[in-house]
Unconditional design. Sequence first.
Length: 134
Amino acid sequence: LERIAKELKPKLIEKGRNIIKMNNHSKGIYFILFGKVHLEVAHNNEKLTFRKLKQFSFFGEFFWIHKNSPYNFRVSDDSDLKCLFISKEKLTLIMEDFKEMSFRMKEFVEQRHSYIDWVNSGLIYRNLSRLFSH
C-alpha cells in the first residue's frame, strides 16, 4: 500500500465536467475526497443518473475487466471534485509484484460491476415500463 500511496496525485475537477465518458478508456482510479460523481447511462438520447458516488468512494477501476467504460462519470453540478488519482499504468506495474492482491481486486471489480449492471438494468426497465403503461 505504501507504493500505491506514493503514486497518488491530488486532482481538482470542475463541477459538471465529464471525467470518463461512456465508451472511453479509464486512465486510472479516482478516490473521492470531496464532492460527488454521477454514474450515467444513455437511454433514448438522454443521460440517466442511476448511481451517485460520494466522499470515500472510488471509480475508474473497470479497466481491470473492461476495455472501455460502460458508463459516463460526471462531476455533480453542486461542487468541484477533489480526489486522489493513480494511473492504470502505475497501478498495474505495482500490482505485478502482488499477484494475489491483483487477482482479488479483479474479482472485486467484477462483482461491483455485476451489481452496477443489475441496478442499471432495473433503471432502464422502470423507464421502459412507464413508457408502455400509458
